[in-house]
Design a protein around this ligand. Structure first.
Ligand code: PFF
Length: 506
């Protein structure tokens, strides 16, 4: 394949599966049930649904149209909207890149647990096994220690897997996603059916679905719901823009966005049944209430679930299935993030795919080493907080402002409708102009105030500097510098759409 040769998806199905694969990941089976658990089950579901409708789907439609109708990776398409926003595309990509550096480490944990499943190596004390045997967790974020070899080996394997999955871009991904999307779904169905037949399952489900209406007055719940929707739909990282740019001209936008958005949320919802029925069973076994089973996010997959697996029939097989499901769910999310970076670099610098793939993988692996050390869990937690709260909200805000206020959204809406089976009304324009930017801005301000008042998770301020502010600064400054190259490239190709072509509708 020649450098610069445009590669498209094999067909519409391949695109839809790839986008679904990116959206459905650890966020659905791990982060989502934990958020539900923490914020009172049904009430979180309500906020989650509202966030999907008012911000998630409009942003997904926006990103699909940026990639396909305006054209190119995140920096290229945003640069064509207005040259002042090319840097935002790079910022999205850099934020996504930092996420990949630790997302791949969680996959390495899962790969290790896949191996441990054969012998149920966690024994009767999965908690000690996770924190001591697997992570070797030190007693503070600044006590970094050396990398854990099994985690490092797992990380290397994961990166090899990622690179091979995107070797020829959309062409390879088109094939890989048939397996990585359908296999976890099949396993999930087995786990849901198995879970629902366990004694005590009903208590878990009741906890999952019973809303605590008062909780809806809690601002933190709304913040959690919006973050979860953005993270889960993979919007705000340049991924969906890059994926949509490999669509053939005149492809459907709206219907595809609804299919991707709704199947993502349906998976999270169905997955909740597997998780909560197992938790209900475990609570009954331990003679405790459902609310007392779980302590923290990572524990759900690596402590609570292994403890439950011990008591299931065919325990090793259940363990293997569970961790294969996690790995196959995660892989297509991980490589979609890498693909966004690769597309950005190739678009802007015209470097070949093979070189770019290897460069990105090696760099991400090298940064990932920090999370395999004995303080890795703390750093992962810290970087995750900063990237998903600051990075994500900032990008969502700027992206919506760019298109909403510096581009003719009405014209874009008509263009989208002209090739879509389902049509969007003026509500989309209102959402892009007002609802998305306002909600993202409010969430950003709440987060900034929170961080000024106290460091996240009580970590020392100095670690916050290295794990939080410096990566954010890299994303912003890196975005600005790289954005200049993108503008140059757009000018050279003489394809600038800019505001003269599309006068702002304000
Ligand atoms: N959506 C993925 C999940 O829910 O696990 C995570 C993710 C993938 C986030 C790709 C961002 C992204 F660009």
């Amino acid at each position: 394949m020649a450098v610069g040769e445009k590669v498209y998806w094999d067909n519409r199905m391949a695109f839809v599966l790839a986008a679904i694969g990116s959206a459905i990941g650890l966020g659905n089976i791990w982060r989502f049930p934990y958020m539900c658990y923490k914020y009172g089950g049904g009430s979180f579901l309500v906020a989650y649904l509202v966030a999907l409708l008012v911000a998630g789907l409009p942003l997904l439609i926006l990103e699909f149209s940026l990639g396909q109708k305006i054209g190119g990776s995140a920096p290229a398409s945003l640069g064509k909207v207005s040259k002042n926003f090319a840097w935002v595309g790079w910022m999205a990509i850099i934020v996504g890149f930092f996420i990949t550096t630790y997302y791949s480490v969680i996959m390495s944990w899962a790969a290790n647990y896949f191996v441990h499943s054969f012998t149920l190596a966690w024994g009767n004390d999965p908690k000690t096994f996770f924190y001591t045997n697997v992570l070797g967790l030190s007693d503070g974020i600044l006590k970094i220690g050396s990398p854990r070899l099994p985690l490092l080996i797992g990380l290397a394997i994961v990166w090899l897997w990622i690179v091979l999955s995107i070797w020829k871009g959309a062409r390879t991904v088109s094939k890989v996603v048939y397996v990585t999307v359908t296999l976890p779904w099949l396993i999930l169905i087995v786990l849901v059916i198995g879970g629902l037949t366990l004694p005590g399952a009903f208590d878990g489900i009741k906890y999952y679905l019973t809303p605590d209406w008062k909780a809806l007055l809690n601002a933190e719940l709304w913040q959690a719901a919006f973050t979860q929707i953005f993270f889960s739909l993979s919007v705000g990282f340049g991924v969906m823009i890059a994926y949509a740019s490999f669509l053939k001209p005149n492809s459907d936008i709206v219907n595809n966005a609804f299919i991707v958005g709704l199947s993502n949320c349906a998976t999270a919802f169905v997955g909740g049944f597997a998780v909560f029925s197992a938790i209900g069973y475990y609570a009954q076994l331990q003679g405790v209430s459902v609310a007392d089973v779980m302590n923290s996010g990572p524990e759900l997959a690596f402590v609570t679930y292994p403890a439950i697996i011990n008591h299931l029939p065919f325990a090793p097989l259940m363990g293997i299935l569970f961790f294969v499901m996690l790995l196959t769910l995660a892989i297509d999310s991980a490589f979609s993030l890498v693909e966004a970076v690769v597309a950005g670099i190739m678009d802007t610098f015209g470097i070949g795919r093979t070189k770019t793939n290897i460069f990105v993988a090696v760099l991400a692996f090298a940064i990932g080493v920090i999370y395999t050390t004995t303080a890795g869990l703390y750093w992962l937690d810290l970087v995750d907080h900063y990237m998903t709260f600051f990075g994500l909200f900032a990008v969502a805000f700027l992206e919506a402002v760019a298109v909403g206020w510096f581009f003719d959204t009405e014209k874009l809406r008509k263009k989208i409708n002209s090739t879509s089976q389902m049509h969007i009304g003026k509500w989309w324009v209102i959402s892009v102009k007002f609802i998305v930017p306002l909600s993202a801005l409010i969430l950003l301000i709440i987060t900034v105030i929170g961080r000024i008042n106290a460091s996240y998770g009580g970590y020392p301020r100095v670690s916050e500097l290295f794990g939080g502010w410096i990566p954010i600064l890299i994303a912003v400054l890196g975005g600005i510098v790289l954005g200049k190259f993108t503008i140059k490239m757009i000018r050279k190709d003489n394809v600038i759409v800019d505001t003269q072509d599309a006068p702002p509708s304000i």
